[in-house]
Unconditional design. Structure first.
Length: 403
């Protein structure tokens, strides 16, 4: 990816997330940021800009607020088809679990995805990623998991790699072969099949291994087996935990020292302590609770317990057909009750930590030059103006992304 040079100037309010500055967000007013070869080389008040950076090509923010590019650490956005019909059924009273047990849910997206060619998949995925990028996402994690056989999981991982090659966004690929148990297997037999046949083919194309560990899906023992096998193939562990029930996933994440445990709608105080002690990031997905009409996860309690919290879209056709991080920030504030400062930090630095990416999610020397320039004077507008695109321009590694 190109490594740009830019002087991002006239920033009315800059969110740095620099712990050496005041407050959680380390806000600087009337700021300038210099980016050379794609990386931040200087951050400060406009009047202190050293002469050596004054001649970089200028991107004038005209007094707007700037935040680090969003890091969306949990998405399933490579899929074919849509499930508007199921969404309608849920609104008329059927439950997600009932629809899943009747052959709908993940399985119906698997059928559509298996029938899609590599070029079909790329053609439907690119516009989703472009919409995310326009809304300020500069790094995205994308899971496989709608293939559930070697051929289609590999095709999905190929699509994910093609997105990384085609668009100016950094993509982190995750292997989620254990998304649900496909017909013809029981859970143990399918994990056997994944570990012996599918993982060896898929692991070269992924950075992480994920499992949907929950009631009616994979048990803690099955998830442990999958994640340990993933580790033997060089994949870091992350998991869908405690989404549908108190199913032990959060404790497993802590036991394995997983980089993240995601969803966490059904956790208790013991789970929170275990996550904090393990240094596992809690990735919360407020778009799921919103779309499923369920209570939001206990975000403030996780924060207060000292757990690192990230926010992500969980973009998927079943439980959260939501692509943009500003909308997720708005939900985290208005529905989950996070302060705007916690929400913005979790959508930027929290997401970076959930992916093990130290060089982003903050704006300080050495970080990637990834920024969202807002259409507004303050980061508060991300939650305050949720229905109009709050991000005006996006800068990736020092280059303006074409609108
Ligand atoms: O994160 N929890 C598992 N996977 C997705 C749902 C996938 C689907 O319904 O297609 C999630 O919510
Ligand atoms: Fe998910």
């Amino acid at each position: 990816m190109a490594e740009g040079n830019a002087l991002v100037s006239n920033i009315g309010q800059l969110v740095t997330n620099d712990p050496a500055r005041d407050g959680l967000l380390g806000v600087i007013t009337d700021a300038t940021v210099a980016v050379s070869d794609g990386h931040v080389v200087w951050v400060g008040s406009q009047e202190d800009l050293p002469g050596e950076w004054a001649f970089l090509p200028e991107i004038d923010c005209r007094g707007a607020a700037v935040v680090p590019g969003f890091v969306d650490a949990h998405t399933h956005l490579a899929f074919a088809g849509d499930r508007a019909d199921e969404f309608g059924r849920r609104l008329r009273g059927e439950s997600y679990e009932e629809i899943m047990a009747a052959g709908g849910g993940i399985q119906s997206t698997v059928s559509a995805t298996r029938a899609a060619s590599a070029s079909d998949l790329l053609a439907v995925t690119i516009p989703r990623v472009k919409r995310m990028m326009r809304a300020g996402t500069t790094t995205v994690e994308i899971k496989s998991g709608y293939g559930l056989n070697a051929e289609t999981e590999l095709r999905l991982l190929g699509t994910i790699a093609a997105i990384d090659d085609t668009l100016p966004i950094d993509v982190v690929p995750t292997f989620l072969g254990a998304h649900t148990v496909p017909p013809g297997f029981d859970g143990d037999a399918y994990i056997d099949h994944l570990v012996t046949e599918v993982l060896p083919l898929c692991s070269p194309h992924a950075a992480f291994c994920d499992v949907f560990c929950d009631e009616g899906v994979f048990t803690v023992d099955q998830a442990r087996r999958m994640l340990l096998a993933g580790r033997e193939h060089g994949l870091g562990a992350r998991l869908h935990a405690n989404q549908l029930a108190a199913s032990g996933g959060a404790q497993l994440a802590a036991e394995l020292g997983a980089i993240s445990a995601d969803h966490l709608d059904h956790i208790d105080d013991t789970d929170m302590v275990a996550l904090r002690e393990a240094g596992t990031v809690a990735v919360l997905l407020p778009g799921v609770s919103f779309s499923m009409q369920l209570p939001q996860a206990r975000g403030n309690e996780l924060w207060d317990a000292g757990v690192t919290v990230a926010l992500a879209t969980d973009c998927n056709p079943g439980t959260s057909n939501i692509e943009t991080m500003p909308f997720v920030i708005a939900l985290a504030c208005v529905e989950m009750g996070l302060s705007p400062e916690r929400a913005v930090w979790s959508a930027t630095r929290g997401g970076a930590l959930a992916l093990g990416l130290e060089d982003r999610g903050h704006i300080l020397p050495g970080a990637l030059g990834d920024f969202a320039v807002l259409a507004h004077p303050s980061y508060l507008h991300l939650a305050y103006r949720p229905d109009a695109p709050p991000v005006e321009r996006v800068i990736k590694r020092g280059d303006l992304i074409p609108g």
